[in-house]
Ligand binder design. Structure first.
Ligand code: 6GU
Length: 254
């Protein structure tokens, strides 16, 4: 997958795209991350791309012309048209389903805003998918774009070494992860749960699923509501056992 990132701070992505699972995906040619400095399209000697908001008020606004010209120029360079995405706190909330949708695209072109955001005509002219990573305010879209890149990349075939770990996420999809343990067996009097040392794979799988369901119903009942229709029968039964009221409300919504 080709990912183009349009930003005022391309340097932020250098270490990020060269490190760990992402760096390996880039080396293997599964992923190409190209950053583009928006100042290239400023149209002035100082590389200034922002200006004061009409109507007054705090902050600066990224001008429409540099942004639209950047995207149009970059789209011309791409033989397969990518999905154009704008990082903004008013966008659709990123979740695993949206990450999967984006991973199915041939390419992405991600626009990162700073200051008060983009001139609204960028949205009117380019119709980007507006995406937010959560209900809090960041100083700019760059870190949010990194979150998108990381969530999407690990869904691309071959990027995660052990595909079972991606598949496990999707089987227990919509559940929080079960607790993990590694050596030593005992630390400051705290023992690893006996079932994990039993070698009994059926019992281990069942224990982990129970732990996942218990954690999810207590900490994130909203996740249970959202994912109920995708849960297999075994998960639904466990939800009924640990949170009968929640299970009933999910069944009523069906
Ligand atoms: Cl995508 N951008 C900014 N600036 N703040 C955010 C965000 C994005 N998502 C959550 N907060």
């Amino acid at each position: 997958m080709q990912i183009d990132i349009v930003t005022l701070f391309p340097g932020l992505f250098e270490t990020f795209s060269a490190t760990g699972v992402l760096g390996r995906a880039v080396d293997k040619g599964l992923l190409e991350i190209t950053t583009h400095d928006l100042r290239r399209w400023s149209g002035n000697r100082w590389g200034q791309v922002d200006d004061e908001p009409y109507g007054g008020g705090a902050g600066m606004v990224i001008r429409v012309a540099p942004t639209v010209e950047a995207v149009e120029d970059l789209l011309e360079e791409r033989s397969i048209p990518p999905r154009v995405v704008m990082m903004t706190p008013r966008g659709r909330l990123l979740d695993q389903q949206l990450a999967q949708e984006l991973a199915n695209e041939p390419g992405l072109m991600i626009l990162c805003g700073r200051y008060e955001g983009f001139d609204e005509r960028v949205v009117e002219l380019l119709h980007p998918d507006e995406i937010s990573i959560g209900d809090y305010v960041l100083g700019g879209g760059e870190v949010a774009a990194m979150v998108v890149v990381e969530a999407v990349s690990r869904l691309l075939p071959g990027v995660v070494g052990d595909p079972e770990s991606v598949e496990a996420d999707s089987f227990t999809g919509g559940l929080l992860d079960y607790p993990c343990f590694t050596r030593p067996e005992r630390y400051e009097g705290r023992q690893v749960p006996g079932v994990l040392l039993s070698g009994h794979h059926g019992k281990i799988r069942r224990w982990r699923l129970q732990q996942s369901v218990e954690l999810t119903v207590t900490r994130r009942p909203d996740l249970v509501k959202k994912n109920w229709v995708r849960y297999p029968g075994e998960v639904r039964s466990l939800v009924r056992r640990y949170a009968p009221e929640l299970a009933r409300s999910c069944e009523n919504d069906e």
